[in-house]
Each structure stands twice: as structure tokens, then as C-alpha cells.
Design a protein around this ligand. Structure first.
Ligand SMILES: [Fe+2]
Length: 550
């Protein structure tokens, strides 16, 4: 194992800039690049089927632009190219993050019938005001046509989370320019805007959220990913969500490892749940935090009828609603009980609150075995910054670990740092050296806990002055209030110690495997042999490939 450095990486920022990188609200907006000029693009939808038409909405300071479309899989394939397209600068409403940009359509093209399902990167190029080239990137998905797909795997991209974190236009579900003082996060976000910088492509050196630093004692936390974002002009949230940081690593791994893989957005899950029926196995990966009721119905029904769900993802946290034919995502989050109309004469089970809010009556564990508020942060800030980097394994004899050579008490994926930065867990107890979910944990019947690590919902403050805390105890107090009605110290104490698990359970005629960590994909990105092997064990079993040749 390589030894970690004891100093944070430095990207040349002053202390004031470092503070702004973490505390500030900076985002992409039309006009931000001033004298160099800009080109921006979004498409009318996240995903299309073969034969359908992609409509690009472009705003550019240059009158002409060109596009190149590349399929971004195990290898990169150019599928389309066109130059000499006309563009103009289009007016953008101030609240475009919420309302959408409303730009006129600029260019359309048809998805070829022979374009395989996958993620397609659009690079737009034009001439800047000073004559030097300007670029931007967009991404759309090609979802599969209906029908039986024996032996094929379907990945559902975490597009609800992409949308929640997209900083373009100033507002997302975290920070924003809404409200009377233009300082509130948006409870509604639109799909009709470009992706922020770093969601589509990233250079290899872009830091991930979990720290690759052996943090010395009494050290004020630093956040290399946000410092790098600030220093290089990327989105503040590039490392929190998006194709480039998360979903792409699983998709590329699967193709390179020889799996036949298709991809769909969560919009298919919501509006066309029958898409799952063609597959023996459906995978969910990365940072996968925002789901609608209907999306959960789709997965629950699929598994009940015999489908296998493989989730290598963390942070199954919020219920959302889709409006305007899917062009608007609603999530009131921390303000739900005060502001969401679902609490004022609406259907409270559809409240856009934590899935564990008792009034919703549908904890996340009922679908994927684990809950977000029993887990959360690990490996960054003041939340277990020196904690385990891999999953501590308790049941090495389980089929998922076959061929890995892993033992009881070993860490799975420590070298590639798969454990963090948000994990999902359950209340549990240890008996005879083995973990079991407690009776009140909400675990589905037959759930086996294969691995458990520690996590924290509250930033430990002994060595960190309050003004230097970024995560604080805010999430812990919210969970305490959501679960127990009041954000008291006593209730905070009940929720602040979390965990992250790998679990497996049967459901109806199907089965669920869940490695509850956002960073599982880091093991695939960094080609960690043990993480790859576990991933293949799960996929092979769920696709019926392990039976071949027997
Ligand atoms: Fe999250």
C-alpha cells in the first residue's frame, strides 16, 4: 500500500480564496467569461431512444459553431460531426435554474437506429471574441428499445442527483439565488439548462471528495476538490455528482470487462418502468440520492417478479416529485414540513422529505436494504477523516467475495478508497463477532450484513473552530428532528453515529445486493482487483453467467 502524504495538496490559492472555494457560492452563468466569449448547450431531454430526434438549444457569442458527438464507453467512438451551424446569443431568465433557459432550438439530429445504448458526449466549438477557440460539453443518453435482453445489464444513471447538484444558472438543491435575499437553495430545478463544468468530462487529476491525505492531529479540514474547482474554473459540485465523477466509471468498467451493458436515465425508471423487464440485472451506481415514489415502485415490482438489483451506490436520501412532463424536479428537503404543499392538503406520503420521515411511511431500506440517515459522511471534513478507506468484512464466506481471498476483519477496497464520502447503513448489533440489523432497523427480512464501517453525521468539533466547520451538525439535527420530532441534543446523540454497509437480501422472486457507498466506483476507476472481482461476482450471478460452463 502506498503511503499517503501528510499535507493537503495545494492549488495555489490564498487562504482567502481557499475559504471562498468552500464557503462561497460560485456557479456558471451566461456572460461569466466576458471578453473571451461563451458557448452553452442543453438538450430537450436527458435521454432518447434510437430513431428519436435530439434537439439542441445553444446560446453563443459566436455566430457559428461545430459539434462532435462521441460515445463515451469502454472506448470512445465518434458517431457524428457537423460544422458551420448557426447560433446566436439568447436571453436567459434570471431564475433559469428553476424555470429553465427557454432558449430557441438551434439544431436537431436523429439518433441512428444503429447507435448503441450509452452516454454520448457533445463537444461544441466556436471562435471566441479574441479569436481563440471556445468550447463546452453536453451529455445525453441513448436508452435501449423495449424488448427482452437476455444476458444484458441495464445501468440506471443517477440523473436525479445530477440535476440536484447542477450549479448552472446559480441554483440547485444545495445553494441558490432564490428567495428575497437571493441566498436560498432551489426547491425546484429545471432540466432545461446546460450541465455545469465538470459533469461531462474531467481531467484525470481532478480530486475526488475523500481525502488522500494522512491528516495530522489537530488539523483544520481542507477540501481539495472544492479548492481545485475554484482554482480551475470547474463547478463547485463537480466531485459531488455527474457522469464524469461517478456513473462513467462503472459503465466503462463493464464494457471493458466484456459485459453487454445498456443505460437509461431515471426518467425512464419513472415514466417507462417496463424498461426494466427486459433485463436479468439492473445496476445503480455512484452518488444516487434523489428518487421519486414511482421510481421505487419500478424497482420494487421488478425485484418482486424475479429481477436482480445490484446497487453500488450511496446516499438513498430524498423523495422528489417530477412535474411539467419531467422537466422540473421538486425537492423541498430541509424546508419540506414548512413549505411543501404535500403537507397542506396534498398527499403527505409524497412529501419531498427524507424517505425516513415517518409520515411518508417508506424508508429507503424497504427498497435497497439500507437507509441514508443511518450512514452519511466518512473520509472528509471532520467526519472520520482518518477512518477506514475500505469496507470492513465480516462474512468473507459469502458468494460475493468468492475468489477475492479476503478474510474476516480485512478491508475491502482500502487501496482504492471505496468507502465514503457518503454511505448508507442500518442500526445493528454485534453478536458472536457478527453484525445483525436490530429489530427496529427497518431491514427487510433475510437481510445479511456482509461488511460494516463507521460513519458520522456530525462533524467532530474538538479541534475545529466553529468558523472552520463546513459540515457542522446541521444534517444530524435535521435527522433528529425528522425521525424524533425535535432537534434536541438528546435526539442528536441518537443519530450522529452512523455506519456504511454491504448487504444482500431476497425479495419476492428476486434479490438485491447493495454496497452502500458513493465511492465504490473509485475501485473500478483505480482498477482495484478485489473490488472488480466482487463487482463481477454480483453481475455474473445476477446475469446467470456464473452457471455457464458448469
Ligand atoms: Fe449526497
Amino acid at each position: 500500500m502506498t503511503r499517503l502524504p501528510t499535507e493537503f495538496p495545494d492549488f495555489g490559492l490564498t487562504p482567502e480564496q481557499r475559504r471562498e472555494a468552500v464557503r462561497g457560492h460560485y456557479y456558471e452563468w451566461p456572460g461569466m467569461d466576458g471578453s473571451s466569449g461563451e458557448i452553452w448547450c442543453y438538450s430537450d431531454r436527458f435521454s432518447y431512444r434510437p430513431g428519436e430526434t435530439v434537439v439542441l438549444h445553444v446560446s453563443s457569442t459566436a455566430p457559428q459553431f461545430g459539434i462532435v458527438v462521441i460515445r463515451d464507453g469502454g472506448s470512445e467512438t465518434k458517431v457524428f460531426e457537423k460544422t458551420g451551424l448557426s447560433a446566436r446569443w439568447q436571453e436567459t431568465p434570471d431564475q433559469c435554474s428553476v424555470e429553465g433557459c427557454g432558449w430557441e432550438a438551434s439544431f436537431e439530429f436523429r439518433i441512428g437506429n444503429d447507435w448503441p445504448s450509452g452516454a454520448y458526449r457533445v463537444t461544441l466549438s466556436a471562435e471566441g471574441r479574441d479569436g481563440s477557440p471556445i468550447h463546452s460539453h453536453h451529455l445525453f443518453l441513448v436508452a435501449p428499445l423495449p424488448g427482452k435482453k437476455p444476458g444484458r445489464l441495464l445501468q440506471v444513471a443517477a440523473t436525479g442527483t445530477w440535476l440536484a447538484y447542477n450549479t448552472w444558472g446559480g441554483s440547485n438543491h444545495y445553494q441558490g439565488i432564490t428567495g428575497p435575499n437571493r441566498d436560498q437553495y432551489a426547491t425546484m430545478v429545471s432540466t432545461q439548462r446546460p450541465w455545469c463544468r465538470g459533469f461531462v468530462v474531467l481531467p484525470k487529476e481532478a480530486p475526488r471528495v475523500p481525502l488522500e491525505v494522512a491528516v495530522p492531529p489537530k488539523t483544520v479540514p481542507r477540501y481539495p476538490h472544492m479548492e481545485w474547482a475554484f482554482a480551475t474554473g470547474h463547478s463547485k459540485k463537480y466531485a459531488s455528482s455527474g457522469w464524469a465523477s461517478y456513473d462513467s466509471h462503472f459503465f466503462r468498467f463493464a464494457e471493458r470487462a466484456g459485459y453487454q451493458i445498456d443505460i437509461a436515465s431515471q426518467h425512464e425508471l419513472h415514466f417507462s418502468p417496463e424498461i426494466l423487464d427486459g433485463y436479468d440485472c439492473v445496476a445503480f451506481v455512484g452518488h444516487d440520492e434523489y428518487w421519486t415514489w414511482e421510481m421505487r415502485d419500478a424497482v420494487d415490482n421488478y425485484v418482486e417478479r424475479g429481477g436482480r438489483a445490484a446497487r453500488f451506490a450511496g446516499n438513498f436520501m430524498w423523495q422528489t416529485r417530477l412535474e411539467d412532463e419531467g422537466r422540473r424536479q421538486v425537492c423541498y428537503k430541509y424546508r419540506a414540513r414548512a413549505e411543501d404543499p404535500a403537507y397542506r392538503g396534498g398527499d403527505v406520503t409524497r412529501a419531498t422529505n427524507s424517505w425516513e420521515a415517518p409520515e411518508i411511511g417508506r424508508p429507503g431500506s424497504a427498497t435497497f436494504g439500507l437507509n441514508a440517515t443511518r450512514g452519511v459522511y466518512a473520509g472528509w471534513g471532520g467526519c472520520a477523516p482518518r477512518g477506514v478507506r475500505g469496507f470492513p468484512v465480516y462474512r468473507p464466506e459469502h458468494w460475493a467475495f468468492a475468489g477475492t481471498g479476503i478474510y474476516y476483519g480485512d478491508l475491502l477496497g482500502a487501496d482504492s478508497h471505496v468507502y465514503g464520502y457518503e454511505v448508507d447503513g442500518l442500526d445493528f448489533e454485534i453478536r458472536g463477532g457478527l453484525p445483525y440489523p436490530t429489530a427496529t432497523s427497518g431491514a427487510p427480512d433475510g437481510l445479511q450484513v456482509l461488511a460494516v464501517g463507521m460513519a458520522s453525521q456530525v462533524e467532530e468539533s474538538a479541534d475545529i473552530p466553529i468558523e472552520d466547520q463546513f459540515l457542522t451538525d446541521e444534517d444530524g439535527r435535521f435527522t433528529a428532528e425528522t425521525l424524533f420530532g425535535e432537534a434536541s441534543d438528546a435526539n442528536l446523540d441518537k443519530v450522529k453515529r452512523g455506519d456504511g454497509m454491504i448487504v444482500n437480501f431476497p425479495r419476492g422472486k428476486g434479490e438485491v445486493f447493495h454496497a452502500g457507498s458513493c465511492e465504490w466506483v473509485a475501485g473500478l476507476l483505480r482498477q482495484d482487483a478485489m473490488v472488480e472481482r466482487v463487482t463481477k461476482n454480483v453481475l455474473d450471478r445476477y446475469l446467470g453467467r456464473d452457471k455457464k460452463g458448469e
